[in-house]
Design a protein around this ligand. Structure first.
Ligand SMILES: *[C@@H]1O[C@H](CO)[C@@H](O)[C@H](O)[C@H]1NC(C)=O
Ligand SMILES: *[C@@H]1O[C@H](CO)[C@@H](O)[C@H](O)[C@H]1NC(C)=O
Ligand SMILES: *[C@@H]1O[C@H](CO)[C@@H](O)[C@H](O)[C@H]1NC(C)=O
Ligand SMILES: *[C@@H]1O[C@H](CO)[C@@H](O)[C@H](O)[C@H]1NC(C)=O
Ligand SMILES: *[C@@H]1O[C@H](CO)[C@@H](O)[C@H](O)[C@H]1NC(C)=O
Ligand SMILES: *[C@@H]1O[C@H](CO)[C@@H](O)[C@H](O)[C@H]1NC(C)=O
Ligand SMILES: *[C@@H]1O[C@H](CO)[C@@H](O)[C@H](O)[C@H]1NC(C)=O
Ligand SMILES: *[C@@H]1O[C@H](CO)[C@@H](O)[C@H](O)[C@H]1NC(C)=O
Ligand SMILES: CC(=O)N[C@H]1CO[C@H](CO)[C@@H](O)[C@@H]1O
Length: 334
């Protein structure tokens, strides 16, 4: 954490602090929260700053939940002492890098875009799909303070495909992807600073992905501890899903799908159908796993922020392209 940034933020917050009417209830809420979310601080200034940020977030959560015109609720959680900007910077991927990656992938493949023909006229989508009910989805994980969402999205995709194909539900190793998809191997993923789910499929198809048990998650990038090219499950082929709702639904009838989303506003989601993204400014910055949709078309999505976030670690997202969910998605086909 950059201490200059903190000092600047404190200066900006001081006026707010003086004007703020901090009630006993808010102080009690902070004490309760901080006993559940242990933090260490650089100094007293940071401690004060974090407390002020918490009060701001508490107010936001309370205001939202007291309005009866919303389809979803918010709650305090592990992100409640982060500003919106810090959340975007520390937890999510850099959206400009994601954008560049998408542009390159799209242009590199512009001649072979026949692989991405929309199937929106096909009617082969069930009324609703939920791969959790079929036992095809592993438990919700927590990526911690590491921008490794891409590895969790890809591992989840492979776990579910492996179950559907081989009837065996096994946790795969996100840490292997974080450690081993480095420049030496020819991959452009950046460990805890972001990466690409479809590159994970390419990597795994060559080296195999081992189990979580063999290669546990530590949440920082370390030296790759894998040798050889026979380390476990190997996807054989995968495809990009065209960007219509119908195409994503059809794809979800076969298996879960790795999806990129704009999660800038997701930090305090608790439950309900989420429609809080600013649809005029979609910046893809988070990778997750779509595991189904309900009969009104809400997407059911597995996140990697632990089970105390959202609906036991899941979020339901309103239909169509909410939060950019249709824009850049992959599925394993064999
Ligand atoms: C502070 O809150 C109390 C109780 O909610 C209220 O009566 C009082 O007017 C508030 N003071 C300011 C300065 O907003
Ligand atoms: C809900 O109502 C509040 C005012 O009570 C308003 O500011 C807000 O824009 C409304 N939100 C939606 C989604 O309609
Ligand atoms: C696309 O092609 C360019 C130039 O050949 C290369 O630098 C870039 O890494 C490629 N991007 C992807 C995503 O394959
Ligand atoms: C379209 O869907 C049909 C039926 O699900 C399938 O047989 C066909 O391969 C799909 N076509 C494409 C281009 O994905
Ligand atoms: C996957 O790992 C979690 C711990 O992260 C464990 O609780 C769960 O039982 C494992 N699932 C399988 C299918 O092994
Ligand atoms: C690498 O993996 C081997 C075998 O799984 C294990 O014994 C060893 O401790 C690991 N090394 C590191 C640095 O994690
Ligand atoms: C969907 O993809 C097509 C090309 O396949 C593109 O022209 C269009 O702009 C995309 N729409 C959105 C909303 O991204
Ligand atoms: C989703 O899009 C379809 C067609 O583009 C439209 O008919 C429908 O109303 C949209 N649904 C929502 C919830 O926005
Ligand atoms: C150059 C490039 O990125 N080509 C990719 C195009 O898409 C296929 C899959 O659809 C990849 O296998 C290629 O690597």
């Amino acid at each position: 954490m950059n201490s200059k940034y903190i000092l600047l933020s404190i200066a900006l917050f001081m006026n707010l602090y003086l004007a703020q009417n901090v009630s006993i209830e808010k102080l009690l809420a902070y004490n309760k929260w901080s006993s559940q979310n242990l933090r260490t601080f650089l100094n007293d200034e940071e401690k004060l700053f974090r407390q002020l940020v918490f009060f701001e977030n508490l107010q936001k959560v309370q205001d939202h939940n007291s309005q009866d015109n919303h389809t979803y609720f918010l709650e305090l959680n592990q992100f409640s002492d982060m500003t919106q900007q810090e959340f975007v910077e520390k937890v999510l991927m850099k959206s400009d890098l994601v954008d560049l990656h998408i542009q390159q992938t799209t242009s590199n493949n512009s001649t072979s875009s026949a692989t991405e023909v929309s199937n929106s006229t096909s009617n082969n989508a069930a009324d609703n799909v939920d791969w959790r009910t079929k036992g095809a989805v592993t438990s919700v994980k927590n990526q911690g303070q590491c921008g490794s969402c891409w590895a969790f999205s890809a591992a989840g995709l492979m776990e579910s495909f492996n179950f559907i194909k081989n009837k065996n539900l096994v946790n795969f190793s996100e840490q292997q992807l974080v450690d081993c998809m480095n420049f030496e191997n020819g991959y452009s993923s950046n460990g805890c600073n972001g990466g690409w789910p479809e590159s994970c499929l390419d990597y795994s198809s060559k080296f195999g992905i081992t189990t979580l048990q063999n290669y546990p998650y530590v949440g920082v990038q370390k030296k790759c501890n894998i040798t050889g090219t026979n380390n476990g499950f190997k996807p054989q082929s995968w495809k990009k899903i065209p960007n219509t709702s119908k195409d994503l639904q059809i794809a979800l009838n076969s298996s879960p799908v790795s999806v990129l989303v704009d999660a800038s506003t997701w930090s305090h989601y608790k439950s309900g159908v989420y429609n809080g993204c600013d649809q005029t400014k979609i910046w893809l910055n988070h990778a997750v796993l779509a595991v189904g949709y309900d009969s009104v078309g809400n997407w059911i999505v597995k996140n990697s922020w632990g089970t105390s976030w959202g609906e036991e670690g899941y979020i339901r997202i309103s239909p169509n392209n909410t939060c950019g969910i249709l824009k850049f998605n992959y599925q394993i086909t064999a």
